[in-house]
Design a protein around this ligand. Sequence first.
Ligand code: HPN
Length: 149
Amino acid sequence: MSSYRDAHPWANEKTEAAAAVSDDERLVLAFFADLSSGDPEKLAPYFAPDAMYQNMPLPPAHGAEAVLATLGALFSVMSMDSIETLYLASRDGFVFTERVDYLTALPTGKSFALPVTGVTRVVDGKITAWRDYFDLREFEEAVDLPLRQ
Ligand code: HPN
């Protein structure tokens, strides 16, 4: 697969805007790196007990147990191969990322570079909310994997 940055010159600017400058931002980048483990147990320490997670085209999960169950269900049908954060900013614990998530649908073996914008809320070193915005249909068509009921 050719690099998303190569195909999108706007993503290729020379900038420091993807470099973490706070503990909250460092935590979010570490969390995104650990997503490629595909292991909800490894991800559990990142979340506060009352955390929520929503892929915005789909219903939310509330509570760490439900968040980890949702991630486990996703990992059973796709691997999150890597996440490239293009731009990053935060204020008062809200960490905003513009990213490319590199995914592979396990049933089809098809890989896809998914443009994503995310909002991750960090309180006292734990993620309390994670919302990702992306085009679900673009993803479903690219990997031949319908996720909506
Ligand atoms: N953040 C992401 O990369 C989303 C992965 C796809 C989820 C499909 C419901």
